[in-house]
Ligand binder design. Structure first.
Ligand code: SAM
Length: 232
């Protein structure tokens, strides 16, 4: 069983500081919502985001959208061997049920997020597929209680994927952390939570590419282990 955490992810509602920005007002009109209910999105609120602190880590719900589509559609998830969490830059955690079917359309995905930030769960009745709660990454990791935590970053030590597969498949409860942002690096607090920092390629890759690669690596390592275990 592998747990993936998309950490410091660029998902939040419109911050108060830019709620009256013309780009926000016109987006709210277009979407027939109150400005405070909208999910911050660089595609629509670019200039306003650049006035915020830490702008490179803000307003990229598309990263989580594409990464979740990859995670939830993977054979590992479909066979019930992947757990996915999204941790946001505001220390919120989205618990993602492996049964969740994420809309393919990015505007519809944002609509789901807006509903989640409003009700803290989607759907609002019955078994939740997405749940939102306040928690730091440290608290989440304590709750998951992993046997190993690897943080994927270009600043880590290079590990080829076969070795990485070998490391995680031999762990009882491995957790891998991938950044859910487009630029910049993990904070010191996040790095402190990892047993190992790992680079899988000499250049920066997109979060969804890294997620797909580590999931496939784990799937392959599991198959190899299954073969070894069935031929003693
Ligand atoms: C778009 S990158 C963020 C940019 C950051 N400067 C970087 O290169 O790590 C999003 C995330 O993908 C993962 N990532 C990207 N390239 C990687 C690599 N070569 N090795 C390991 N992880 C990588 C990291 O978790 C990173 O936080």
């Amino acid at each position: 069983m592998l747990t993936l955490i998309l950490a410091e992810s660029s998902i939040e509602r419109i911050p108060k500081a830019i709620v009256n920005d013309p780009s926000v007002i016109s987006d709210a009109k277009r979407r027939r919502k109150n400005p405070e209910q909208l999910i911050l999105d660089r595609s629509y609120h670019h200039k306003a985001i650049n006035r915020l602190s830490n702008p490179e880590k803000r307003g990229r719900p598309d990263i989580i959208h594409i990464t979740l589509l990859n995670c939830l559609g993977s054979p590992l998830n479909v066979t019930g061997r992947l757990t996915t969490y999204v941790h946001t830059i505001e220390d919120l955690i989205i618990e993602v049920s492996s049964r969740t079917r994420i809309p393919r359309n990015s505007e519809r995905f944002k609509g789901i997020l807006e509903q989640l930030f409003e009700s803290h769960r989607v759907p609002t009745t019955g078994k939740p597929l997405l749940q939102l709660r306040k928690s730091s990454l440290k608290e989440l990791i304590r709750k998951v209680s992993p046997s190993y935590v690897g943080a994927l970053t270009t600043q880590g030590n290079y590990e080829n994927l076969t070795n990485l597969g070998h490391i995680i498949v031999n762990q009882k409860k491995p957790v891998l952390i991938i950044g859910g942002f487009s630029k910049g690096h993990f904070t010191k607090e996040t790095l402190k939570l990892a047993d190992q920092t790992i680079s899988i390629f000499p250049k920066g890759l997109e979060s969804w590419t890294v997620a797909s690669k580590v999931i496939f690596t784990y799937e392959q390592a599991l198959e190899f282990n299954d073969i070894c275990n069935s031929n003693p």
